[in-house]
Design a binder for this molecule. Structure first.
Ligand code: E4P
Length: 219
């Protein structure tokens, strides 16, 4: 399973990369705004800076919601770097744009997926990734993980090449369950990745090893 980090913060991207476990990055307009990035030139420069850190794909979301606008913006974004995946919302014109980009050999990530029907439509249109939002479904008392299982099952039934990129991942159990369910990629905040490090028995076991070593060394 690939690990993507869901942020536009360069320090966090570098930290996850330095840990040696990071594949790619996903961003969205809210995450870019959180870093204070605005204006076409700044946005493009920021995406380039992200691409310079990671080895795998970087999702960059279009702002337009009409077909022509999404195609225009997506082409501009795709030109920035081979790692760029054009992120397109699951709306009617978005599906058309995904189909267009597929025919042009440009990768897409269909975002804001909340049902298996939407995921099926995105795969039919030729999306490279679909992003089902687990946490936001959980927030309204719908089991987000169940959706991951359904999409993985449907894609396996028909051999779709679209990758399931589990998004809106809020904690380590979300990530672990996604791995069990066969999601291809998980995108999450840095704290979810580093949360995997933690186990109290690891900490107490290491403390014991070091104490025993020190005791033996002092004899
Ligand atoms: C995915 O691509 C989205 O950027 C993201 O995972 C949304 O997560 P949130 O629901 O925690 O905002």
């Amino acid at each position: 399973m690939k690990f993507f980090i869901d942020t536009a913060n360069l320090d966090e991207i570098r930290e996850a990369h330095d840990l040696g476990v990071l594949d790619g990055v996903t961003t969205n307009p809210s995450l870019m705004a959180k870093e204070g990035i605005s204006g076409e030139a700044n946005i493009k420069a920021h995406y380039k800076a992200i691409c310079n850190i990671v080895e795998d794909k970087v999702s960059a979301e279009v702002i337009a919601t009409d077909y022509e606008g999404m195609v225009r913006e997506g082409k501009e974004l795709a030109k920035l770097d081979d790692k760029i995946v054009v992120k397109i919302p699951m709306i009617r014109d978005g599906v058309k744009a995904i189909h267009y980009f597929h025919s042009e050999g440009i990768r897409t990530n269909c975002t804001l997926i909340f049902s298996s029907g939407q995921a099926l439509l995105a795969a039919k249109a030729g999306a490279s990734y679909v992003s089902p939002f687990i946490g936001r479904l959980d927030d309204i008392a719908i089991d987000g993980l169940e959706l991951i299982g359904q999409i993985v099952h449907i894609y396996q039934n028909y051999g779709y090449e679209t990758e399931v990129l589990a998004a809106s991942v809020r904690h380590t159990m979300h990530l672990i369950k996604c791995a069990e369910l066969g999601a291809d990629v998980v995108t999450c905040p840095l704290k979810v990745i580093t949360g995997l490090l933690k186990h109290p028995l690891t900490d107490s076991g290491l403390a014991q090893f070091l104490a025993d070593h020190a005791k033996a060394a002092s004899k």
